[in-house]
Write a protein that binds this ligand. Sequence first.
Ligand code: MSP
Length: 593
Amino acid sequence: MLRISLLRLLGRTGLSRGLCLQDSRLRHYSSCPLGARDDAQDARAYFTTPIFYVNAAPHIGHLYSALLADALCRYRRLRVPSAAATRFSTGTDEHGLKIQQAAATAGLAPAELCDQVSAQFQQLFREASISSTDFIRTTEARHRVAVQHFWGVLKARGLLYKGLYEGWYCASDECFLPEAKVTRQPGPSGDLCPVSLESGHPVSWTKEENYIFRLSQFREPLQRWLRGDPRAITPEPFHHAVLQWLEEELPDLSVSRRSSHLHWGIPVPGDDSQTIYVWLDALVNYLTVIGYPNAEFKSWWPTTSHIIGKDILKFHAIYWPALLLGAGMSPPHRIYVHSHWTVCGQKMSKSLGNVVDPRSCLDRYTVDGFRYFLLRQGVPHWDCDYYDEKVVKLLDSELADALGGLLNRCTAKRINPSGTYPAFCTTCFPSEPGLVGPSVRAQAEDYALVSAVATLPKQVADHYDNFQIYKALEAVSSCVRQTNGFVQRHAPWKLNWQSPVDAPWLGTVLHVALECLRVFGTLLQPVTPSLADKLLSRLGVSATERGLGELYFLPRFHGHPCPFEGRRLGSETGLLFPRLDQSRAWLLKAHRT
Ligand code: MSP
C-alpha cells in the first residue's frame, strides 16, 4: 500500500479546508461485503454521511460526501437486494456557535436559518438522486432525547467531571486548540489576530468551567480496536494517521460550553447553565436515526459505516469511538475517508467567491453526468481540483463517445436490423483459444476482452470494498474502450446478414458487445442510476435481471443458455448521453451572465 506522508495526505497546505487534523480538536462478485459483518444475504448495513452545517448553502464538496455514501449504498443494494437490509442516513448539523453566529450575521433567528439551509440540502440531495432512507436534523425532539440519554449514560459510568477549561476555541471549526496550533495574522483592520494554524479561521480565548470527558482513558482501547481491525479506517493511510495520533498526547475533552455563551444547543441534563458541545451532539445523530435509546438501534449499530471527509477524521476515529466505548458500545464497523475538492487550485470559500454551486452543475451536466464526474475524478487520498473544462472533456469522451457510441453501434438499425439480441455462434468463437478451422473467427485480443469483462465484477467489488470508486469506474471505462476496439476490429458494418458465412459471426460480434454492455450497465447503476437504467432498458434487461447475483457474463461462451439470446431489444429512446461540447456556446454564455 502506498505510504503517503501524513502531512501531504491530510493536506496541511492552506489549500485544504479547516483541517484540524493534527492536534487541534480534538457468488464471486464480492470478496468482502461492504458495510456488513458477514456475507449473509440478510445481513444489515447502515451507511451514514456526515451531517452538514447549515451556516451556508451546500457546495460540491458536500455533494461529493453524499455521493460517495450513495454509491456505496446503491452498490450494496445490488449485492443484497432486500430493501430492509440497507439503511442510509444523512442530515443537517444545526446547533453550535458557528450556526448561532451565522444566524446573527444574517439577521435571522437560528431556527429560521436552519430551516432555510436544511431545506436546500434536502432539495439538492433529492435532485442528485441521493437514495437516503433517513434525513435527520439535530434540532428535532427525537435527537435531543438521544443526546441527553447518551450524556446520562456517560455520567452514570463516571466518565464526565467538571473542570476549568482554558484555551483557544475556533467557532468555524467548532474545536478547541492548543497554543501550538494558533498563529497570528493581520485581520481586516491590519491588527494581528489569532487564527488556527491549520484552517486559518479566527480563534478566541475561552476560560470557563465545563464538563470534561475522560478521553485520556481510551488511548489503549482505541489502539487495540485499530490494531485488531486494520480495515476499520479505509483507505489505509488514514488508519495509519489515526494510530500515529494515538501515540501523541490525548488530553481529556471539554464536552460542554457555558449557556450564556452558547445558547443554541442541547442543555446538559440537570444543569441548564451548560450546553452540550456541538460535536458530541452531532455525533450522536448516527444513533438517533436508528432509534437510540430504544433497543431497536442494537440491530443496526454494529453494521455502521461512516463516510466522512478527512477534516473530520479525528472526531470520528478518536472522539466518537471513545465516547461509544465509554457508553458501553462498539466502535463503528468502518470509517471511509475522502479528501477534498479545490477549485482552480484553491480551497473553496465564500470569501474567495469560488464556491461551486452543485445545483447549477447538475443542470449543466445532467444528474448522471455530474455524479459520474465527481466519483470518477475524486480520489480518496488526494485533493482533487475542479474546473468546468475537465467535466466536459471527461463526460464527452467516456459517456457520450465511448459508452454511448458503443451502444449505438450495436443497436442501430443499419447494423442490427432485427432489433434483437443476436445468437452467439460457438464455432465462430470457441471457448478454447487457439483453435483453427474455417469458421473460427475469434482472435487472441477477443479472448483477452472476454477475460477482462468476466473479471470486471470482481474487480469492481474489490474497489468498492477499498473505497476506491474511482478505480471501479476506471476499470469499467477501460473495458468499454476494449469493447469498442473489438467492434472496430471486426467492423460489423462491413459484414452482411444475407451471407451464410458472415451472418453467424456478425451475430456473435453483436452478442458479445451487447453482453459487455449489459455488464457495464449493471455495474454503473450505483453511480449513474438513470443512464444505467436507459442502457439496460435498451438492451431489454428487465428490472429483476439487474442485480449482481444475475450478472453471468456471456454464458453461451461457457456452453450455458443465455436468457437474452433472441430477445427483442428495448425501444430506442435517443442518445444515451448527448455530447456536451455542442452546448458549449450555451455554457460559456451561462458563465458570462
Ligand atoms: N457538521 C460537521 C460534521 C458532523 S458529522 C457528525 C461538518 N460539516 S461540514 O458541512 O463542514 O462538512 C460535511 C462534509 O463535507 C465533511 O465530510 C467534509 O469533509 C465535506 N466537505 C466540506 N468541504 C469539502 C470539500 N471542499 N471537498 C470535499 N468534501 C468536503 O464537518
